[in-house]
Design a binder for this molecule. Structure first.
Ligand SMILES: Cc1ncc(COP(=O)(O)O)c(C=O)c1O
Length: 435
């Protein structure tokens, strides 16, 4: 029977749910409407000397967020990687906050961990991995999953790494790979020189001959190549590196093969897109983000690895103050990068359970169709299509376009990359009219 305290909690959750839905239905536009100075001024009454009533606070928060953020849930939001979210996943994430299980130790949260393992197994099978034998865990995002991959590779292939022998290590990525790798080589103590950016071909895919030359050249200089990263869906252009060739090269050269499929990899749930990922099943480790193309709230990265022993060596510790182990499953604090651990997997489980794999595939395929439509509309309006990835990403150029730019990409034009991520983006595409 609900008592007065739980009635109060329920009414707050009800209020919050109403504010979220009101925002999603009525946000007037995509862009923020207040300046940083205006938002700071709104905060001055909060000197925290006196408590503020929760019923006043929640509407204040909603207004502040609406005034000061880019609205990724708006139907006209076409930005990359920050999707509108499936409603069930928002509700599931609220339940995570409410139940607040601590997933560091299995003995404290095996209910939550069984859900995570069941969910990860779906993606393991799609990747050709063996649930139970191979490693799979949720991460804060793609950067942490990439970091886990490089760390496991260094442990496995760089002699002396765990004892600090890092000199001469070399990690090969395409020149269009995600810049998380620039941080990761530093996090791993390898130094910035360890990152080798391999040139790409005319389709912006890693050039395997250039890779071979770089590895040969580095070995001849006494350096220690240990990992090649193929990207399945580069951040700016959606290019997919030649995964089968990279897999063969790595096998022949005894190099660890990591595939960063952070956003593009979600396409593997679609039977129509799945052939694009041929070769990913031969990777030693893979990064995949559900909080991008699978439309669950941030952050929900996933890390998959075929080498349990390397992960054990990378992340294993003995802590006397932690609860005793359970025989059925490893403690996440000893087998992954994080210690205290949020129940990340519930929102992914909810999306899968509520929409089904078929529903997620339809979501992905519809967005590919929207990308085709976007290209058509943009061409009609005088844009030039710089790239159109089969992963629902269109790169457009137009002189003077005031979007994201990067020197050197295009001499006289500016470039914008538009994905079709929003589950409501159909209305947006109808009225496509870039700033
Ligand atoms: C290809 C790729 N890898 C990794 C990342 C980093 O992922 P996250 O932002 O989830 O850490 C991104 C982010 O956009 C990405 O596009």
């Amino acid at each position: 029977m609900a008592g007065p305290v739980s009635d109060f909690h329920a009414s707050l959750l009800h209020l919050a749910a109403g504010l979220i839905e009101q925002h999603r239905a009525t946000a007037p536009n995509v862009l923020p409407r207040a300046s940083v100075a205006e938002l700071e001024a709104r905060l001055t009454p909060f000197d925290f000397a006196e408590p503020t009533q929760a019923e006043e606070l929640l509407p204040w928060i909603a207004e502040h967020l609406q005034l000061g953020n880019v609205h990724t849930t708006h139907p006209r939001y076409f930005g990359l990687f920050n999707p509108s979210t499936h409603p069930i996943t928002v509700a599931a994430d609220a339940m995570v906050a409410g139940f607040n299980p601590q997933l560091a130790a299995a003995s404290h949260a095996f209910g939550a961990l069984t859900i995570e393992r069941h969910t990860l197994a779906v993606f393991q099978r799609l990747l050709g991995h063996t649930p139970g034998a191979d490693v799979a865990n949720f991460t804060s995002g793609g950067a942490e999953a990439n970091h886990s991959g490089v760390l496991a590779a260094a442990i496995s292939r760089l002699q002396g790494f765990a004892d600090g022998e890092t000199q001469g290590a070399r990690c090969y990525v395409s020149e269009h790979a995600h810049d998380s790798f620039a941080k990761i080589v530093k996090f791993c103590g390898l130094g910035r020189e360890a990152l080798v950016r391999v040139p790409t071909d005319s389709d912006r895919r890693m050039d395997v001959e250039a890779l071979r030359n770089a590895v040969d050249h580095d070995r001849a200089r006494g350096l220690r190549p240990f990992i090649v990263v193929g990207t399945a869906g580069t951040t700016a252009f959606g290019a997919i590196d030649p995964l089968p060739d990279l897999a063969s090269f790595c096998a022949a050269e005894d190099l660890w093969f990591h595939v960063d499929a952070a956003w593009g990899g979600a396409g593997i749930v679609s039977p129509r897109l799945e052939p694009l990922f041929e070769g990913i099943e031969r990777a030693d480790s893979v990064t995949l983000d559900a909080h991008k193309w699978l439309s669950v709230p941030m952050g929900a990265g996933m890390f998959f690895c075929r080498h349990a022993e390397a992960c054990q060596e990378a992340f294993g510790v003995d802590a006397v103050y932690m609860p005793p182990r359970r025989a059925e499953m490893p403690d996440p604090y000893t087998s992954t990068m994080q210690w205290s651990r949020r129940f990340i997997g519930l929102k992914v489980f909810s999306a899968l359970a509520n929409l089904g794999l078929r529903g997620l595939a339809e979501h992905i395929e519809r967005q590919c169709a929207l990308a085709d439509r976007l290209e058509h509309l943009a061409l009609e309006r005088g844009y030039r299509v710089e790239a159109h990835s089969p992963l629902a990403l269109v790169v457009l150029t137009k002189p003077g376009l005031a979007f994201r730019t990067k020197p050197g990409w295009s001499a006289s034009t500016r470039t914008t990359t538009l994905g079709c991520r929003s589950s409501r983006s159909e209305e947006g595409a109808r009225g496509f009219e870039p700033a």
